[in-house]
Design a binder for this molecule. Sequence first.
Ligand SMILES: Cc1cc2nc3c(=O)[nH]c(=O)nc-3n(C[C@H](O)[C@H](O)[C@H](O)COP(=O)(O)O)c2cc1C
Length: 330
Amino acid sequence: MRRSGTERADGNLDGRELIRYATLAASSHNTQPWKFRIRKDRITILPDFSRRCPVVDPDDSHLFKSLGCAAENMIHAAAAQGFLAEIQFNPAENSVDVLLSRDATACATELYRAITKRQCVKTAYDGRPVSETELEKLQKAGKGKSVRTILLTSTADKNTVTDFVTRGNIAQLTDRAFRKELINWIRFNPAEAMRKGDGLAGRTSGQPALPTWLAKMIIGLVLTHKGQARTDATNIKSSAGIAVFVASRDDKPGWVELGRAYERFALQATALSICTAFINQPIEVRELRSQFDSWLKLEAESALLMVRFGHGSATPFSLRRPIDDVIVED
Ligand SMILES: Cc1cc2nc3c(=O)[nH]c(=O)nc-3n(C[C@H](O)[C@H](O)[C@H](O)COP(=O)(O)O)c2cc1C
């Protein structure tokens, strides 16, 4: 197999292995909007703007959050190889530099071991609560430089979030451009998912496999705001709580920080056998976001991601492209 960068055989860093772990991170619509460049003392995570989603993500904020998710995985994978990783945003190329230096204290942690197990579990959970100790651990994991995590566990709060999500579903699923973009990223059967190695595989959310031509014919009838609202209401009710990631910065470095905080939260949840799944509609629909921020009583901050969490069962993993497809040479 072709190798680039330093390798572990001589005790150095295995850059390809770090990239493999980074690519297991969450990304919006599973677009995997990243490329990686390996240099001696760093790995640079570059945005792949050919994978942007201009309708749901017109300012590329989800894209940069996804780069933050990949960077966070890389930090824990580097520690497992005995390296300390420092993250720097480079505005000149809109990239995230992961600066690597040997560190005698760096070692494999429970968050590292969670990387290969983390997934968004988009099905209903079993309604059991999460303990106070676990909530504290989750909240701590979801804290970053400009980011904090608000945990909502009361029935009243979950009901209000459900209302916002329903309004978001109406706005998004009655918008032709939103539907077209979403459908473009859905992989309707395992063969299509395997061929492309990206996108939203139906089986990860419990949908039956269908031939692509048939799925495209009936998706218009199946994908409705009413149906989605019903599913989301059931899923939120079945969850132990909701985590809202709020930030004082709404710019590229801030989005990267936010993605890191979400990924850390998700890895910590995975380590505790707690599932997570996104419910971002009130954040993605601009008109709703300011109302949502007001409901959360945010002043100098804004809600930038939201997940539900609880106890559930693992679902099939979503796929990734081969790492040779995402490594760029100098
Ligand atoms: C910034 C960001 C936004 C996302 N938004 C949504 C969303 O609105 N709804 C959803 O179901 N999943 C959302 N996801 C989750 C992705 O669909 C998921 O990470 C991707 O399909 C890969 O699957 P995995 O996380 O199970 O590996 C989002 C992920 C990221 C990083």
